[in-house]
Design a protein around this ligand. Sequence first.
Ligand code: UDP
Length: 330
Amino acid sequence: MRVLITGGAGFIGSHLCEAYLERGDEVLVLDDLSTGSIENIRHLRGHPHFHYTVDSVHNHPIVAELVDQCDVIVHLAAAVGVKLIVESPVRTIETNVHGTEVVLAHANKKKKKVLIASTSEVYGLSTQVPFREDGNLVMGATNKGRWSYACSKAIDEFLALAYWREKQLPTVVVRLFNTVGPRQVGQYGMVIPTFVKQALAGRPITVYGDGSQTRCFAHVADVVAALVKLVDHPSAIGQVYNIGSSEEISIGALASLIKKLSGSTSEIVHIPYGEAYEAGFEDMPRRVPDVSKLSALIGFRPERTLEAILEAVIAFHRGLSTSTIPPQVS
Ligand code: UDP
């Protein structure tokens, strides 16, 4: 199979490239290297089944040519990271909405299956955890720039499902919850690499707010395995799936755990949201996925515990480990 991965030089994208190459598939990457990095795919260059193009998903002729060459498309290219979203809302909205429009329009011309990556952010301020795919989305106010990301991704979801219903283009939507692992950089937010780097450098670990807000963190290898299965599965077409871990932890407890596991002497400090982010920020108090729909379809169960994930990320940042996948737990 030939898979076009937009955003293939990103953190999740580069792991997905590896998974497909290991399976013997051919991979075409389209990435503008805006938040992705050539470092993420350096080790894949020269692989006979790996091809990449540095360009934008807004470039119609390039997208048309790559869509023509592939069998399926995994559309991951997006502006991601809370810091980037709050600081560059125009870029976020344009990349996420227009880029997806271009990909879907060209996919439709050739009727190539597309998996669209959405986000757990679309659940917004909903307090009905765990979040189910058919639950209501509770967006924040439009003067809070953070929600522009959620809204842009919700538009992507509507558009992908509209292409399926109206034009019979096979599309699948996934809502990715917090995903971590080696190669993730803390440049645009992303709490785990940020805390790990702070802990290893002996700098203060910066917990925003009172630290009671929660997240669930899945290892990128578990997420990528689910993506590959969903792309293959005929019953996933026209559906939306949560992908993530259900192991919930508060950000305050996460800071303490990273400090302990890394043997750090860093102090844990609390920073008011107003100082941490520019205006337009509002946090999600809890974020927990219901993954029963995904489990029922593909037998999804994250194989890696939070502790195993953190050990791997700490090892990655220490530069001690070349392994990208921690041992599985039974
Ligand atoms: N966070 C924090 N300190 C940091 C970075 C993030 O306390 O240095 C918090 C952030 O406010 C949020 C959680 O960690 O409550 C997860 O943030 P991240 O940027 O990883 O992404 P999100 O899950 O919000 O999309």
